[in-house]
Design a protein. Structure first.
Length: 198
């Protein structure tokens, strides 16, 4: 198995009807990889089927749209409380504090841990913006931007009920090799955030 960064396999195309039929609550998982690597050594036997648990949610911060944000449960930035209606969609995205430019993360699974079923089953989805903007490498300030197709990945679910649910979220963490050119697998991790949908 390759240890270089890969996108989730066989993601589903996000349905266009989502945006028009309901609200989308975007949740960004921001990962401080230094906080994780300071506690957990690199795992030479890393397995995505047996990820290492983040015992104290080290390095994890979750944010969402300001209009949906209520707060963080127990002052833990990895536990999120937000407002959503039954039928709304929730999309989880993930990146490191460097924007995946140095260390990088890929969110590869989200599932229920306590079976409360606030959410329907989560699925890896993707959407490609054919005219996505990127900083222009030929200019000092990055403007005007270059325009090219970019594919974005997320884990999505439709809200089934209001309430609190314990989720199991899994990420693959990649760090730079000795050449500082290649992102190589460090380990797979999971944590158990509590999500309160009001």
């Amino acid at each position: 198995m390759s240890s270089t960064a890969q996108a989730p396999s066989h993601p589903k195309q996000r349905k266009l009807e989502k945006a028009s039929a309901s609200t989308i609550v975007n949740v960004m998982v921001i990962v401080d990889s230094d906080a994780i690597t300071a506690v957990y050594p690199k795992n030479p036997n890393a397995s995505k089927d047996n990820p290492t648990g983040l015992n104290h949610h080290e390095g994890i911060t979750m944010l969402c749209n300001i209009e949906n944000y209520v707060g963080n449960i127990g002052n833990d930035p990895a536990n999120l409380e937000f407002k959503a209606n039954v039928g709304d969609w929730v999309s989880f995205h993930a990146m490191t504090v460097s924007g995946n430019s140095e260390s990088a993360v890929i969110l590869y699974d989200v599932s229920s841990l306590n079976g409360v079923n606030v959410f329907n089953a989560f699925h890896a989805t993707m959407e490609t913006r054919t005219g996505a903007v990127l900083p222009n490498p030929g200019s000092q300030d990055g403007l005007p931007p270059t325009v090219q197709p970019v594919t974005f990945f997320s884990y999505d679910s439709k809200v089934a009920n209001q309430g609190k649910e314990q989720l199991k979220m899994k990420i693959a963490l990649y760090t730079l090799d000795d050449t500082a050119e290649n992102q190589v697998l460090y380990d797979y991790f999971w944590w158990d955030p509590q999500i309160d949908v009001q």
